[in-house]
Every structure is written in structure tokens, then in C-alpha cells.
Ligand binder design. Structure first.
Ligand code: 5GP
Length: 179
């Protein structure tokens, strides 16, 4: 299951809530060359150097990877097979790669209720102003691509409602596929 959407839509918060409510979901931990933000959890990513990332990439260690605003991000190939549904929280370029490699994956694309709200959420994360501007510009590019690619779209107006709707969908899809 791919959860994607432009920066500031609340993907991280949504995924945290999904995992709390459905303990069978398994979150994939990405690698990144971005610096850890102040206060950001050590487990948020595997924080790594460009050299180590590139080595892993050359060894076919990534299911998908991309460069996003100057840093590399990638999903490692899962090390073990599992019956559990794996959740990827990634941007749209990576989502596109996963859809090509795994057409059975389901892409849930999340939109912000408004640009103003999105800006407020990005500022609240503690990024400097120029990064907020850069991320908003990137978000405008990502939205049409994500919408074209998405299997399902959600507007994250109210967190609890969005999570309820997503869990409802996941359970419906499981029932349909006999999982
Ligand atoms: P951030 O720097 O805000 O943590 O993440 C920037 C963007 O990269 C977000 O849209 C996030 O979902 C995305 N991202 C995080 N991990 C991965 C990954 O493994 N692959 C891809 N393609 N995008 C990722």
C-alpha cells in the first residue's frame, strides 16, 4: 500500500494513526541522505551518506528511489516475505516506480484541504522559510501527477475521518481479495 501526497498534507501523521489502529500493517523504513531535523526520531529513516546510498543502489538494494529537493530517498527491497500488508510513505516519483514494478499495489493519494492549511503545516514542522517555499512549489508539481496515478484520493480535512475512511477502504480491499 502506497501512501503518497505533497508535503504538508499530513502523510506521516496519517500513517502513524493507521499503524496504531491496524497492527497488522508493516511500515517500510526508507533511507535518506537528508539531515535529521531537530527533534526528529532516529527511527524516522535510515539516515545515510550519499556514498552509502549510491552503493546500495548499485547493488539493487532499492525497490524504488528518487532525488527530492537535493536529497536521495529510497525504499529498501523488503528483506523477508511477509503476509502482512506493507505500507510505503513516499513521494509521487517513487509511487510511480512501485506501481510499475508492482501493479497490484494500491496508491492512496492525499490532498491538503487548502494551500493555506498546507503552508501552516509545513511552517509548523520547523523548516526554514526558503525550504517551505521550495516544498510548496514542489507540491504544486506533484499534485497533478499523483492525481493521475492514484487509485484512491483523500482530502485530509479531519485526521480521524481520513483515517477511518482509509481503514474502511483497506478492509474492503482485503475482503474483496480474500485476505
Ligand atoms: P521529508 O524530507 O519531508 O521527510 O520527505 C520528503 C518527501 O520524500 C516526502 O514526500 C516523503 O513522503 C518522501 N519519501 C520518504 N521516504 C521516501 C522513499 O523511500 N522514497 C521516495 N520516493 N520518497 C520518500
Amino acid at each position: 500500500m502506497i501512501v503518497s501526497g505533497p508535503g504538508g498534507v499530513g502523510k506521516g501523521t496519517i500513517v502513524d494513526a493507521l499503524l496504531r489502529r491496524d497492527s497488522t500493517l508493516l511500515l517500510s523504513r526508507s533511507w535518506t541522505t537528508r539531515e535529521q531535523r531537530p527533534g526528529e526520531h532516529d527511527e524516522a529513516y535510515v539516515f545515510t551518506s550519499r556514498e552509502a546510498f549510491e552503493r546500495h543502489r548499485q547493488n539493487d538494494g532499492f525497490l524504488e528511489w528518487t532525488e527530492f529537493l537535493g536529497n536521495y530517498y529510497g525504499t529498501p527491497v523488503p528483506e523477508f516475505s511477509s503476509d502482512r500488508d506493507i505500507v510505503l510513505e513516499i513521494e509521487v516519483d517513487g509511487a510511480q516506480q512501485v506501481k510499475v514494478r508492482h501493479p497490484e499495489s494500491v496508491l492512496l493519494f492525499i490532498l491538503p484541504p487548502s494551500r493555506d492549511e498546507q503552508r501552516r503545516r509545513l511552517i509548523g514542522r520547523g523548516d526554514p522559510d526558503h525550504k517551505v517555499v521550495e516544498r510548496l512549489r514542489k507540491a504544486e508539481e506533484e499534485e497533478p501527477v499523483g492525481l493521475a496515478l492514484a487509485d484512491y484520493t483523500f482530502v485530509n480535512d479531519d485526521l480521524d475521518e481520513t483515517v477511518d475512511e482509509m481503514l474502511g477502504l483497506i478492509n474492503r480491499l482485503r475482503a474483496e481479495s480474500g485476505r
